[in-house]
Design a protein. Structure first.
Lengths: 192, 197
């Protein structure tokens, strides 16, 4: 039953999202896009929307995907699923453990997880950038079509990247994500 | 916490409402929310001390789930037990739930408007940059010792290889493997113990 699937899938995702909403993206990609609930183009647009609206990106994505799959109750199940693991874990920890985060084995586990999550997010980003520009990542099954280049994305993605780096170096603070998305949207409307 | 029933209910409502406001006005991630929580709960309401705030941040970052939700749950629990945690978490989640749900109803037709489709085309570029930046930010908290580099390269090879050769790899398994490696290498074997805080 789809409601239960949504709840369970997002429960899994919520349980293993460590280190911020973006850590969720590879997990969602795998569990949602790869089982056909959403195509990857729409998925990336969704990230843009969820980043620009209030609330944590993780929760927003669950709500949206749930709604698409099964309407109101779908979004309730997906959202409840993604929130529940951390809710329960925090209750248990807050009630039982003092100084949980300082416990040595917790720190050790995190030291091991961080590189993995970094690599996962990094690969997702690289794959996306590549897919954006060349329409698909070459696979053994279908080597890339050399003419399927999306010039707009091929140019704009690095430009945006460098612009953001430049801004950070110049102003010593990060360009807000919402602003970056808006600039991207404007570029799309003007040059797309 | 000695409180009259009506005092308790009022506190629950305060938690719900405070986190509803926070959930409504926090854009761009939980870390922005932390300074709002500090303002609201430490300075204004005096419900938490600075130290408790720091404990909260540490826990919110060390547990699964978004920092924003974790913070709400934690603050709610410490100010109202289970029901406090529930009210705070619900309050935090509700605004974005409503907004996104409404958007989801209208997105399809909205995206068929050419100008909107073009805008989203550009947004795809921005999203790629945002994800890469998130990775970059995370890298700063990774101590690049031999094990870390090995893990990074290993995961990257498996992920990219998976895409190229067409095999599926569970990120969850990789994350658990990372945790296991961490516990064994840094915990049991005590590698890098001198670097512990």
């Amino acid at each position: 039953m789809i409601l239960w699937e949504l709840f369970f899938t997002f429960f899994k995702i919520g349980l293993f999202t460590f280190g911020g909403g973006y850590a969720m993206i590879p997990l969602v990609l795998e569990n949602v896009v790869n089982n056909g609930w959403m195509d990857s183009q729409k998925f990336y647009s969704l990230i843009g929307i969820c980043e620009s609206t209030p609330g944590p990106i993780a929760v927003n994505m669950a709500t949206f995907i749930g709604s698409e799959q099964a309407g109101f109750w779908g979004s309730v199940c997906a959202t409840a699923g993604v929130v529940l693991p951390s809710f329960l874990v925090i209750l248990v920890i807050a009630a039982l453990f003092r100084n949980f985060s300082k416990k040595f084995y917790v720190q050790s586990a995190f030291r091991g997880m961080r590189p993995v999550i970094f690599a996962l997010i990094g690969c997702t980003g690289l794959l996306l950038a590549f897919e954006n520009a060349f329409s698909s990542f070459p696979t053994l099954a279908s080597p890339a079509d050399p003419w399927a280049v999306d010039w707009f994305l091929l140019v704009v993605t690095p430009v945006l990247f460098l612009a953001e780096r430049g801004y950070q170096a110049w102003r010593k603070k990060k360009l807000s994500s919402v602003l970056l998305i808006v600039i991207g949207a404007l570029c799309g409307m003007l040059f797309g | 916490m000695n409180q009259t029933p009506s005092g308790f209910l009022r506190r629950l409502w305060e938690l719900f409402f405070a986190f509803f406001k926070i959930g409504l006005f926090t854009f761009g991630g939980g870390y922005a929310m932390l300074s709002i929580i500090e303002n609201e709960f430490v300075e204004k309401k005096g419900w938490m001390s600075e130290q408790e705030m720091m404990d909260m941040i540490a826990i919110a970052e060390s547990t699964p789930g978004p920092v924003a939700i974790n913070s709400a749950t934690y603050v709610g629990f410490h100010n109202g037990g289970f029901w406090g945690a529930l009210c705070a978490t619900l309050g935090c989640v509700l605004p974005s739930f409503v907004i996104i749900f409404i958007i989801s109803l209208f997105l399809e037709p909205f995206m068929r408007i050419t100008l909107v489709a073009k805008a989203f085309h550009g947004i795809r570029a921005a999203v790629a940059v945002l994800i890469l930046n998130a990775a970059r930010k995370l890298r700063k908290s990774v101590k690049l010792d031999f094990a870390a580099v090995l893990l990074i390269v290993g995961v990257a090879v498996l992920e990219l290889g998976g895409v190229f050769f067409g095999f599926e790899l569970s990120s969850i398994v990789l994350i658990l493997a990372g945790a296991a490696v961490g516990i064994v290498l840094y915990g049991l074997l005590g590698k890098g113990k001198e670097e512990q805080r």
